[in-house]
Design a binder for this molecule. Structure first.
Ligand SMILES: O=C(O)CCCC[C@@H]1SC[C@@H]2NC(=O)N[C@@H]21
Ligand code: NA
Length: 618
């Protein structure tokens, strides 16, 4: 351990960090004591559906940009080069499809939880399965997000590990439980700004210490960290343009299309247009976040290449080396180490608070309310806050489990999304794009997708092959002359003995997990649906199908398009209008603390609700 770094936490740094925690707490208290004072679940869980597109868009970024990306991406770029940057291409379709496919369907059904859609489209069992799968995904992911900043700082600055985990967890649980979604969204805004500021500070200081932009560029170019288009179609290749650009789209859809954390933000927007606009506004900020963390990795390479620092750290993990690099750059500049610590914890807090709040929402909306319709608002609120606390403590326990996972933290997070987020994306896609899919098919498909995901995921860990074929480019390349360099690169690119059969399945790049598992759910779901009798068009709830074929063949004449869409088109269906009318009425009654019953009834259309006439099917 390089003790020289430890000294650099001056009082100023602790003050900067404490200010961030205090501001977050202040926002939580403000929303607990102002507005509707969080007395209704509409306000606590849905922010009164009153949010503008700017705060929603910053909160959307904050939800899935945590310390994992702040530390994991620079470590990835330092070790393997800028190939990972190609994931930026996935952000294009990864945000356009949610904006024009998922948001319209969810918004017009006026849901509180994304999983309510599954009951509308299928049945209660499918909704429960979807909710439980989501809870598993977010609890594991939250554990990683709490653990990473504390572990990284402990490894480098000796900052008390479990003390910071506890401080982070408690502050976060408190302001989430007190201030609800409004507090979570506004703390996300502050935390995203701090996150960008911290990364920028490290880049500016690092470039200056590396001798200026041109020196940095020369070093990273010679160190062949600037990756070119790798269009190798081999799916076991860890990072190629295809695994990141195409596989990444499915990853983005599982997060920004159907993940409750993001869906809840879309639904908290004032109007559908605001929700779509907030989705578009995510694009530039997400590219900025990606660029900052990639450039930070390049600057770290320029400063450190050729000099091996692992002897100075108790762990040889590249993730800890990133923190070492940051502290090495910022020491002697009072306040900046504190700013970066604040940046790290802002990234973590904004993700964890979003996860708590969405976990409390789905637990209330999907698992509790349907069984206790007579529950009063007062009890519902108390329970929602209790749940936020419960999930806070659960995530601390998960943080400990993360201690045991070996991989780089970025790898762990991306695998979680692929293994669990992928099947959930498959479940929603099965519902939205395939009118014939029925509930049995949905449950069977989800089960198949999750078991396939764990089979491949665990198989890869046991055989340590998931996309590990890419050799790490070592730094010595910079000292040698070009012929040796060329030889070195040629050597590292020689493909190892191609794995066969099952081993090939285990060596599937984890960037394909989302796509692979999503497709498994859809294929199995359709197969079982046809075997058990496909859903009849007239039984499908209006507004739950996205007329995919009709939209793809938009250029066809009207009468042909009608033949393509077997179920009510997306436009406002009378059923939805009727329900909105009832919602507004029940919201007014809910203020007077009347039983929540009416509100629950209006959310779920009952069978006799007039079905709009259906186009004749082929
Ligand atoms: O930072 C994290 O907590 C998770 C790692 C990144 C998750 C994915 S990567 C593509 C997309 N862009 C982001 O900023 N987050 C998600
Ligand atoms: Na975050």
């Amino acid at each position: 351990m390089d003790l020289s770094v430890q000294k650099h936490f001056t009082v100023v740094d602790y003050v900067v960090f404490a200010i961030l925690l205090a501001v977050s707490m202040g926002i939580g208290l403000y929303y607990a004591l102002s507005g509707g004072r969080q007395r209704t679940t509409q306000e606590f869980l849905m922010a009164d559906r009153s949010m503008g597109c700017l705060p929603v868009s910053l909160s959307l970024i904050a939800s899935f940009q945590s310390a994992v990306a702040i530390i994991g991406v620079p470590a990835e770029i330092y070790t393997y080069g800028t190939q990972y940057w190609f994931i930026g291409f996935a952000y294009i379709l990864g945000l356009i499809i949610p904006a024009h496919v998922f948001i319209p369907v969810f918004y017009r059904l006026r849901l509180s939880s994304a999983y309510e859609y599954l009951e509308l489209r299928f049945n209660k069992v499918v909704r429960i399965c979807g909710t439980l799968t989501f809870i598993c995904q977010m609890v594991i992911y939250m554990g990683v997000c709490v653990y990473v900043p504390a572990f990284a700082l402990n490894a480098v600055t000796g900052l008390e590990l479990w003390g910071t985990v506890l401080a982070t967890g408690l502050v976060c649980t408190l302001y989430t439980a007190l201030g609800g979604l409004k507090a979570v969204i506004w703390t996300d805004v502050v935390q995203t700004i701090v996150m960008f500021a911290g990364q920028l500070a490290v880049i500016v200081v690092g470039v200056q210490k590396a001798g200026g932009v041109s020196d940095v560029w020369t070093k990273v170019w010679e160190g062949n960290r600037i990756s070119s288009f790798d269009i190798n179609p081999d799916p076991t290749e860890r990072h190629t343009f295809w695994t990141l650009g195409v596989g990444g789209v499915f990853l983005m859809l599982s997060l920004y299309g159907v993940n409750q954390t993001q869906v809840q933000r879309y639904l908290s927007a004032r109007t559908e247009k605001e929700a779509v606009r907030s989705c578009y506004m995510v694009f530039p900020s997400l590219q900025l976040a990606l660029a900052l963390s990639c450039v930070m990795g390049l600057v770290m390479f320029a400063c450190y290449c050729g000099v091996d620092h692992s002897d100075k750290l108790s762990t040889s993990s590249r993730d800890a080396m990133v923190i070492y690099f940051v502290m090495d750059m910022l020491h002697g500049l009072p306040g900046l180490p504190g700013l970066f610590v604040a940046c790290l914890f802002s990234a973590a807090l904004s993700t964890i608070s979003s996860a708590f709040n969405s976990l409390a929402t789905v637990t209330m909306e999907d698992l509790i309310k349907p069984h206790f319709p007579a529950m009063t608002q007062r009890k519902a609120i108390l329970l929602s806050k209790g749940l936020a606390l419960f999930y806070g403590l659960l995530c601390l326990a998960m943080a400990y489990l993360t201690h045991l996972m070996g991989d780089s933290v970025l790898l762990v997070a991306l695998k979680i999304f692929g293994m669990i987020g992928g099947p959930i994306l498959g479940l929603f896609s099965l519902g939205m794009f395939f009118p014939s899919a029925n509930s049995i098919g949905a449950v069977a498909g989800l089960g198949a997708g999750v078991s396939m995901a764990f089979w491949v995921g665990i198989g890869a860990i046991l055989t340590r092959t998931s996309g590990s074929k890419t050799q790490t480019l070592d730094c010595k390349v910079t000292q040698s002359n070009d012929t040796a360099a060329a030889f070195q690169i040629a050597l590292s690119n020689i493909t190892l003995s191609r794995p066969s059969g099952l081993k090939r399945l285990y060596s599937l790049s984890y960037m394909w997990y989302s796509a692979f598992n999503c497709i498994v759910v859809i294929v199995v779901g359709l197969l079982i649906s046809f075997l058990t009798g496909p859903m009849k068009k007239e039984d499908v709830t209006p507004g739950t199908i996205y007329p995919l074929l009709q939209k793809i063949f938009w250029f066809l004449p009207e009468h042909l398009k009608k033949k393509l869409s077997c179920v009510t088109p997306l436009e406002q269906t009378p059923a939805v209008q009727q329900r909105q009318l009832l919602c507004q009425k029940s919201n007014r009654s809910a203020q007077q603390d009347r039983p929540i019953q009416e509100e629950t009834e209006t959310f779920l259309p009952d069978a006799h609700m007039t079905h709009v006439e259906h186009e004749t099917c082929v």
